[in-house]
Design a protein around this ligand. Sequence first.
Ligand code: ADP
Ligand code: MG
Length: 144
Amino acid sequence: MIIETKTPQETFDVGKKIGENAKPGQIYTLTGDLGVGKTVFTQGVAAGLGITEPICSPTFTIIQEYESGRLPLYHFDVYRIGDIEEMEEIGYDDYFFGQGICLIEWANLIEEILPENLIKVTIEKDLDKGFDYRKITVTGLEEI
Ligand code: ADP
Ligand code: MG
């Protein structure tokens, strides 16, 4: 599934719709270069889940948990992970195999521990189509 957006709001709204329809236990990976809109998308997912607190990037903590929505949201940013052991230390399997939604940035760095049933979200720019153009590719979901 490919969705094209032309403003941050549209990307937010795609995330919001996914959040509204998200089901317990789903794991989303979020891939894209710096500044492409991963955080904007995540804020949309959180809004769709009814989460009221602000979403901050968990780069220094690996995981940030949000419990105020319809389902818990576990937002991972594994960019700074040195060793897969660190995932064991935070008890990642409680999150991966729990009743919340996992959203993982830089998931390629922890490929060996990712389950098979992933929903993959990739966000890309295409400067030929304008500075604010984004192509969002979603695999593993029938519809959003
Ligand atoms: P990332 O988390 O991927 O590093 P951010 O979400 O923090 O990126 O930032 C994306 C930036 O791109 C924001 O400044 C946002 O306003 C801008 N932007 C412009 N067009 C779009 C779009 N179509 N979708 C998402 N963000 C956009
Ligand atoms: Mg970000």
